[in-house]
Design a protein around this ligand. Structure first.
Ligand code: ADP
Length: 488
């Protein structure tokens, strides 16, 4: 498949593609080759101001978007889903050139986005409150109202899927939105903007301002006219966004942050199946996944055999050109991330973990790292505590169920966990006791928009997906009416 032609590189504000106020640009780089794809207009505070103004105008009382029937909002969303589906090959190819994601996964991401939009379109006219029996001669009901202008700050690892989960929910609820995509991967957000326009959404409902975090991102999080920020990214930036809310208008903040997720393999598991699931749990998308299974806890009876088979599997993993349908792992997003991963690999070696395979940067063009497996990892090592966001598996030994629960919970994170066992009692013990937003049993990484997803502890605040995320994007209003004595 050829590298696609880039059609849009400007900001999208009020249904128009425009240059940034400063006229500055920044390059977006192809991580497979290290070469520049194109220059993108760089938004900062002035552009965020314009985008928020457009979004606020589109949200104002009496505007087409505010007066539209909820079922009509659903029609716009369904049209948008059809357009994404029409352009699945182009969008997937754009995602792969900008992010390095293997093409099969990029296609999957677009199809998932289509499913998400349709799912939330289905909710648009089913978001409603309750009637509540109060004491006395009173009639009480609740209304779910859109929050207003939503700021969405998105990461580079799943640009389309993460952005569309936020956009579909926000728009289904009747909000307007300003998206600040990650500076590493702005291309698909801009192309989707053209589809929003083609779908016929009123001007200002959906806006995209590419730019850097400390400028464009910070302006959005501090903005007095933004009513909520929904963010996916690092813990460090999540904290900055909450602080920005506190310094400005106390906007609602929803955060989906990092993880160091335990994947517990009991000795009764089918060994080959457990090795394969655990391998996928970590090496999927070169480990650049917030819910990756980065702490592989394996029970002592099968530990040595599990390590041997995991290293063999990792050595067979095909890393390379993400456009090749046979490739299993593409490049790492950028050179900064490569340096961070290499430092953590060095720390693993220095702290006494045993390098079973990999551990080196792959020579040549692009940002490639060998699939790396460490055994003899202990809980105190840096590689067992810090998020690596790279293709580095840590295999840790445990003895008993009670012990592994405590060790799994000994982390500042709490995004995901998994257990692989044939024993239902052990599976339930892990599912009930591990403090994580999702627990997978005999599988890994199922993040489906029908169900809520989010973190305990420092892995986040709030939930995305499912019915639960509707209340994140709505205000709940209580209306109380005095009922005249004679009518009661
Ligand atoms: P990662 O470590 O995955 O690159 P980051 O948390 O650094 O994740 O970035 C995720 C998103 O947050 C990106 O869109 C980035 O531009 C944005 N961002 C970075 N710094 C800030 C900031 N100070 N305020 C708001 N957004 C930011």
């Amino acid at each position: 498949m050829a590298v696609p032609e880039v059609k849009y590189s400007q900001l999208f504000i009020n249904n128009e593609f425009v240059n940034s106020v400063s006229g500055k640009t920044f390059p977006t780089i192809n991580p497979t080759t290290g070469e520049k794809i194109c220059d993108i207009q760089e938004g900062d505070k002035a552009d965020i101001d314009l985008a928020v103004k457009a979004a606020k105008e589109a949200f104002k009382r009496g505007s087409p978007w505010r007066t539209m029937d909820a079922s009509k909002r659903a029609e716009y969303l369904l049209k948008l889903a059809d357009l994404l589906q029409r352009d699945v090959e182009y969008l997937a190819s754009l995602e792969t050139v900008d992010n390095g994601m293997i093409i099969t996964m990029s296609r999957g991401s677009v199809n998932r986005a289509v499913g998400m939009i349709r799912y939330y379109a289905g909710w648009a006219d089913k978001i409603h409150g309750k009637t509540i029996p109060l004491d006395g001669k009173l009639f009480c009901y609740t209304r779910y109202e859109p929050k207003g202008v939503i700021g969405a700050i998105t990461p580079w690892n799943f640009p389309i899927a993460v952005m569309m989960r936020k956009v579909a929910t926000a728009l289904a609820c009747g909000n307007t939105i300003v998206v600040k995509p990650a500076e590493q991967t702005p291309l698909t957000a801009l192309y989707i903007a053209s589809l929003v326009k083609e779908a016929g959404f009123p001007a200002g409902v959906f806006n995209v301002v590419p730019g850097y975090g400390p400028t464009a991102g910070a302006s959005l999080s501090e903005h007095m006219n933004v009513d909520m920020v929904t963010f996916t990214g690092s813990v460090q930036v999540g904290k900055l966004i909450q602080q920005a809310s506190g310094r400005s208008n106390l906007k609602h903040v929803a955060l989906e942050l990092g993880g160091k997720s335990p994947n517990v393999v009991f000795a009764d598991a089918d060994l080959d199946y457990a090795v394969e699931v655990s391998h996928g749990a970590l090496f999927c998308h070169s480990g650049q996944v917030c819910c990756a299974g980065t702490r592989t806890y394996v029970q002592e009876g099968i530990y040595d055999e599990f390590v041997k088979k995991s290293a063999e599997r990792a050595q067979k993993r095909i890393t390379g050109n993400p456009y090749d349908e046979k490739t299993e792992s593409g490049p790492i997003i950028d050179t900064d991330q490569v340096s961070k991963i290499m430092e953590l690999i060095e720390s693993g070696k220095n702290e006494g973990a045993k390098l079973q395979c990999g551990g080196k940067r792959i020579e040549g063009k692009g940002n490639f790292i060998e699939s790396t497996v460490f055994s003899e990892v202990t809980d105190d090592m840096k590689i067992a505590r810090e998020e690596i966001f790279g293709p580095v598996q840590q295999i840790i030994k445990f003895k008993t169920l009670e012990e592994v629960i405590d060790r799994a919970n000994d982390t500042e994170f709490g995004l995901a966990a998994a257990v692989i066992t044939k024993d239902i009692d052990k599976a339930l013990a892990i599912a009930n006791s591990v403090r994580a937003g999702v627990v997978w049993v005999n599988t890994y990484g199922v993040v489906d928009h029908h169900a809520p997803f989010g973190g305990y502890n420092m892995s986040g605040v709030g939930r995305e997906g499912g019915e639960e995320s509707l209340s994140e994007f709505c205000e709940i209003k209580t209306v109380v009416i005095k009922v005249p004595e004679k009518n009661s």
